[in-house]
Design a protein around this ligand. Structure first.
Ligand code: SF4
Length: 324
């Protein structure tokens, strides 16, 4: 059995542009990304808005068209599967979406929402069996039996996200991709949903890909963390290693911006100039060079190679060239 349940190799997701100044070029949302996720672990993906992290999550679930590269799920190449074969892998990998208000059909009751995947995948064989299974899933995520026939608008944001989690769990997947699952929620509710995800991940030995722009949230839940910038990972490592010893200037800048509620332990803020450049026309060389406080001449023209610091820690930066 492969130690890595999910692997991506040189994955590309490009969107063609048909009009305007950049007609006939592409938005390179995910640009030659390779990474692997160990079975039963939580892999956090972090980065600013527009860095491609959500597109990457959707692409590995086969919810976005893949332009190039490969995705392997449990050792099987799922990059080009379609029809029944694609439907079959959806039993293994499910997604929890960012917006609990938009991701639930307002015309369906909780029962219908959670029962739908059971029906599509022929996992239950009678209404009674479906109802028992849906009730069990609702209890698992902290919802009450009496809420079975209620509609999404009758629930709070946190409860709706619980419904979304129950729907994802219905087919007993091995991998869940959670795309900013708490960012639309109040802070107090965020903690409850985060703790629920962490509990379910442990109890069910799920592999969780947790996508967020919030480094504190990612630190709380992840075993390993990958940092994305403009369509690529720039650094990835075990969580403790990354937060204690960040090597990439972008990771260092992100971590320096985490507020610490202790006046004696303030971080020295590393300011990042400007905004994330356009994925249509990314900077040459290192894509981060336009904002990097440590930029060197070579960074403007030569893309950095992957430097493997240790088994689970790698970084793409010319500062480590002499160590390669
Ligand atoms: Fe900065 Fe150069 Fe490293 Fe890119 S390669 S992060 S520009 S030092």
């Amino acid at each position: 059995m492969d130690d890595y349940i999910l692997r991506a190799e040189n994955l590309q997701v490009y969107y063609p542009i048909h009009t305007g100044v950049f007609k006939n070029s592409y938005v390179k949302a995910v640009d030659y990304v390779s990474f692997e996720v160990p079975r039963g672990k939580v892999f956090g993906i972090v980065g600013e808005s527009g860095c491609g992290k959500s597109t990457l999550g959707r692409a590995v679930c086969r919810l976005e068209p893949i332009t190039g590269g490969k995705v392997y799920l449990d050792g099987e190449d799922i990059t080009t599967l379609s029809g029944d074969k694609l439907r079959a892998i959806r039993k293994k990998i499910q997604m929890v979406f960012q917006d609990p208000y938009a991701s639930l059909n307002p015309r369906m009751t909780v029962f219908q929402i959670i029962e739908e995947p059971l029906r599509v995948h022929h996992l239950t064989h009678s209404k009674e069996e479906s109802e028992q299974r849906v009730l069990a899933l609702m209890r698992q995520v902290g919802l009450d039996d009496y809420q079975l026939n209620r509609y999404p608008h009758e629930f709070s944001g946190g409860q709706r996200q619980r419904i979304g989690i129950a729907r994802a769990l219905a087919v007993e997947p091995e991998v869940i991709v959670a795309d900013e699952p708490v960012s639309a929620l109040d802070v107090s509710i965020q903690a409850q949903v985060l703790n629920l995800l962490a509990k379910l991940q442990k109890e069910l030995n799920l592999t969780l890909i947790f996508i967020s722009h919030d480094l504190s949230v990612v630190e709380h839940i992840s075993d390993q963390v990958g940092v994305m910038y403009l369509g690529n990972f720039v650094e990835a490592a075990d969580k403790d290693e990354l937060y204690k010893n960040p090597l990439h200037p972008y990771t260092q800048a992100l971590l320096s911006a985490i507020p610490i509620p202790d006046p004696d332990k303030r971080n020295k803020l590393i300011p990042l100039e400007g905004t994330i450049p356009s994925a249509v026309n990314p900077p040459s060389g290192c894509k981060f060079h336009t904002r990097c406080p440590k930029c060197m001449e070579c960074c403007r023209t030569i893309a950095p190679k992957r430097y493997q610091v240790s088994d689970n820690h790698y970084v793409y930066c010319h500062l480590y060239d002499d160590k390669n």
